[in-house]
Design a protein around this ligand. Structure first.
Ligand code: FAD
Length: 426
């Protein structure tokens, strides 16, 4: 008999809650990863990141005579075949919070239980999940500030929470999977990813002061690692807590908040949190959308952000807010178009954060900027990139005749946006 730990957004061996629980039992544990062909976000760059992370893990577990079982295909069919292939007693995994993943996990749990197996699920991906930080009457918060107040009090306990899975690795099954597949065999193309070194000690002390200036590159760039669990969120929190990096810790609270919101309000995946915003008469001009995607709007900060996204799979947070506001207000293009574009291009794409960020910027979300507050892309650039240092990094033709004229005039666009939004009931 074996137990299985299903790796998903927790691609690490240390401080891994479900893995720790699995390894604490007497039954040998097999690690499994499934490249799901039915998951809509299955892009090449993300697959490369996952693959490289799994390869690292494979090296680590090989030292213990174990190996990671890699499968690819329809996740439901794969589980059906695993049940025949192995004598499985229990299946462990860490929870996820998106509508698709919740539905998948519910179905798989039901299937495995119907075959007599025990399924154990744990919290690992967030600090607090769905029902831990709620109002007195157990209903969810929909506004960030009171949520954050409570979150900040409770979060202290994470200074001492650690799941030492790394100490139990010897309990992995003595198991040799057939050859570790190549990326090519999995149907992906090898790609060089733009991944910076993560160094919280270096970044956190000046984070609060510098984080809004994109050319300073002062944010930690940890988002991809948090998305795929290659860094433990508890470890990251502890480090920030030791350095008293409160502003950065607040970002983790936003992340928990958006995951909680998506859990309780799954319609926000593709509908406005505030329903009246579903009635905004979007212009949805396709050539303007193309210009935005390609970074050719004639507004340097918008164009620099989009080009950095296209070239690296990453965009600075301040710039994400500016480009999202520009698309939904200046161009009056449906936030879902922008959200979908980010989903494909961002290596750190995470539905809860992305939907949360988009709805915040367009004004339809919880605790969003009011719809009548329209970011001025020129003043944003003057404030956060006064010497065009960031813009010049990405726009070679800036200050030449080749650079695009503004696609729309700011005051005109601002008035048009306010009028259109207010017609939808604002
Ligand atoms: P840091 O500033 O170093 O922050 C550390 C971590 O805290 C981040 O990695 C993230 O996990 C969390 N965090 C910080 N701010 C936020 C926030 N406002 N909302 C949620 N989490 C936060 N983040 C994603 O991880 N995936 C997305 O798909 C995503 N899409 C976004 C779309 C829009 C329109 C906007 C405005 C924001 C989006 N964000 C998203 C949030 C934020 O921009 C990124 O988390 C951040 O830029 C990642 O860089 P970093 O790791 O250097 O961040």
């Amino acid at each position: 008999k074996i137990n299985i730990h299903w790796l998903r957004r927790d691609l690490r061996l240390n401080d891994n809650n479900a893995l720790f629980q699995a390894l604490s039992e007497n039954t040998p544990v097999v690690l499994l990863y499934i490249f799901e062909t039915n998951n809509p976000i299955n892009a090449n760059d993300k697959a490369n990141f996952i693959y490289n992370s799994l390869k690292k893990l494979q090296k680590e577990v090989e030292a213990y005579g174990s190996s990671i079982l890699i499968k690819q295909g329809d996740v439901f069919k794969i589980w059906e075949s695993l049940v025949n292939e192995f004598n499985i007693n229990k299946v462990y995994f860490n929870e996820e919070y998106e509508p698709y993943t919740i539905n998948r996990d519910t179905q798989i749990k039901r299937f495995l239980e119907s075959k007599g197996m025990v399924v154990k699920t744990y919290k690992d991906h967030v600090l607090f999940h769905k029902d831990e930080i709620v109002k007195g009457d157990r209903t969810p918060y929909t506004v960030f500030t009171p949520y954050f107040k409570k979150w900040m009090i409770e979060v202290e306990k994470f200074t001492s929470i650690h799941y030492p899975s790394e100490k139990l690795i010897k309990n992995l099954a003595n198991y040799e999977a057939n050859d570790f597949p190549s990326l090519k065999n999995l149907g992906y193309v090898e790609q060089t990813l733009d991944l910076p070194e993560i160094n919280l000690d270096a970044k956190l002390p000046s984070y609060e002061l510098n984080r809004d200036f994109p050319f300073l590159d002062a944010s930690t760039r940890i988002s991809v690692d948090l998305r795929y669990g290659t860094i433990s969120i508890r470890d990251a929190f502890k480090k920030a807590h030791n350095l008293n990096a409160l502003k950065w810790i607040a970002g983790l609270a936003w992340r928990d908040f958006y995951h909680m919101i998506l859990f309780y309000f799954p319609h926000t995946e593709n509908k406005a949190f505030k329903k009246k915003f579903d009635f905004v008469e979007w212009r949805n001009n396709e050539s303007e959308f193309k210009a935005w995607c390609e970074g050719k709007t004639g507004y340097p900060i918008v164009d620099a952000g989009m080009r950095s996204l296209n070239e690296t799979g990453f965009m600075h947070n301040r710039v994400r807010m500016i480009v999202a506001s520009f698309l939904t207000k200046h161009l009056l293009i449906d936030w879902r178009w922008g959200e979908a574009y980010f989903a494909v291009k961002l290596l750190d794409y995470d539905m809860a954060n992305n939907v949360g960020g988009w709805q915040w910027a367009c004004g339809s979300g919880n605790d969003a900027v009011p719809y009548f507050r329209v970011f001025n892309p020129t003043t944003q650039q003057e404030k956060f990139d006064p010497e065009f240092k960031y813009c010049k990094l990405w726009i070679e033709e800036l200050n030449t005749k080749r650079y695009a004229q503004p696609i729309v005039e700011h005051t005109f666009a601002r008035n048009r946006a306010i009028k259109t939004y207010s017609l939808a009931g604002g």
